[in-house]
Design a protein around this ligand. Structure first.
Ligand code: SOE
Length: 385
């Protein structure tokens, strides 16, 4: 019999669902050292939390996250609640000796993220942040190709994350789902919500970003606040664009917006190296476009690799070659990798410290948009455990 690992889930929104599904599904497809148990779900609204518990099979419901953190029954706290709650819960959980998983971004600002990183490292508890796109098999394959040196020296990194769901001026800010528009809860707009994904993937694939120069815009300056009913200033960035230099000498462009009419979640990246290039697109997530320079001229060209074969990352755990998987599987992979790492007494990447690195870049982006100068990203150093 496998040892049980009891999970306390804080939050029951979109991310509460993706994480719960990941823990329920992972043991069916991966041979894991632990059996994850959906023990307690915690949310302020007891009735809604109970509905969520019934749906997903949580054994109990709690309305005070402190009780979950203090519970002797819980091994792992998974934070899937809005950004303004991450800091306090993660620190308390680490101090109570729990493993901690946290939805991205880590904190609302570097001070919060630093304190959270210090807490999990001081407690020596396994930790991870849910930057799920690293675990799209095509993206993991891109990492393998780069690490094998197949692109050679990298010159360019180009990436966007485009959405269009906040264009209406009638959309309120604040409250369920719309807390992303309230800077006091979210910390920032698309910089922390979307570009953080691009930055996490980019630094995983291509190394440290040294410096950035950015511009941001808030197109709709005030919106009705759901909680107060009043028209209040909007303090988030609706669009954020920046140029970056990586430590390896390559140059990058990053763009994220919620005002790209027609785009729902167009996350793409393209990397150009001396020996080849790769391109990936979330709307076609099971394909990796690969250009290899080495074949003789007349056979040279872009390949569109359908990432469904058993020798592609993660795919041997799923169906048969040719059959695709999707968005939710990225979370399943992340849960499986985390539980495997815990079995070895380790954290899984991206750790809190990895996410702190991303937060230092998003902070430099927001600073640069204000200063209109190039800003250096602070370095996060290495994991202390
Ligand atoms: C915002 O719309 C959002 O849901 C982000 O919060 C997620 O992190 C991203 O993966 C999809 O878009």
């Amino acid at each position: 019999m496998k040892k049980k690992l009891n999970i306390g889930m804080i939050g029951y929104g979109f991310m509460g669902r993706t994480h719960s599904n990941a823990f329920r599904t992972a043991p069916n497809f991966f041979d894991l050292p632990y059996e994850p148990v959906l023990k307690t779900v915690c949310a302020r609204n007891a009735e809604k939390a109970q509905g969520f518990a019934n749906q997903w099979g949580y054994e109990s419901v709690e309305t005070d996250w402190r009780k979950v953190v203090e519970s002797k029954e819980i091994d792992l706290i998974d934070i899937a609640s809005p950004n303004d709650t991450h800091h306090e819960i993660a620190i308390a959980a680490a101090q109570a000796g729990k493993m901690v998983m946290c939805e991205k971004p880590l904190g609302r600002n570097p001070a919060e993220s630093e304190a959270m990183t210090a807490a999990v490292e001081a407690a020596g508890v396994p930790n991870m942040v849910w930057y799920n796109y690293r675990r799209v098999p095509a993206v993991t394959l891109a990492k393998q190709l780069i690490d094998e040196g197949r692109l050679g020296r990298i010159f360019h990194y180009r990436t966007v994350f485009l959405q269009d769901w906040t264009i209406s001026a009638d959309l309120p800010q604040g409250g369920a789902g719309l807390w992303r528009l309230d800077a006091s809860v979210s910390g920032s707009g698309v910089t922390g919500d979307l570009l953080a994904h691009n930055i996490d993937t980019a630094m995983w694939l291509n190394g440290q970003i040294d410096e950035v120069t950015a511009m941001t815009e808030t197109f709709i300056k005030s919106r009705t606040h759901t909680l107060t009913g009043k028209e209040e200033p909007v303090n988030i960035d609706d669009a954020s664009l920046f140029l970056a230099r990586f430590s390896n000498g390559s140059l990058a462009t990053f763009e994220a917006t919620r005002y790209a009419r027609g785009h729902k979640a167009l996350y793409t990246f393209e990397i150009n190296g001396e020996k080849g290039s790769i391109k990936w697109d979330l709307h076609d997530l099971h394909r990796l476009e690969y250009f290899e320079y080495s074949p003789e001229g007349k056979l040279r060209g872009w390949k569109s690799i359908h990432i469904t074969d058993g020798d592609h990352p993660y795919m041997s755990h799923w169906w048969v070659p040719g059959l695709q998987i999707g968005y939710e599987h990225t979370f399943v992979h992340q849960a499986a990798d985390f539980l495997t790492a815990v079995g070895e007494g380790k954290s899984a990447a991206p750790t809190f410290r990895d996410a702190l690195k991303t937060d230092y870049v998003t902070d430099a982006v927001l600073k640069s948009a204000k200063s209109r100068q190039w800003e250096k990203a602070k370095l996060a150093g290495e994991q202390k455990q």
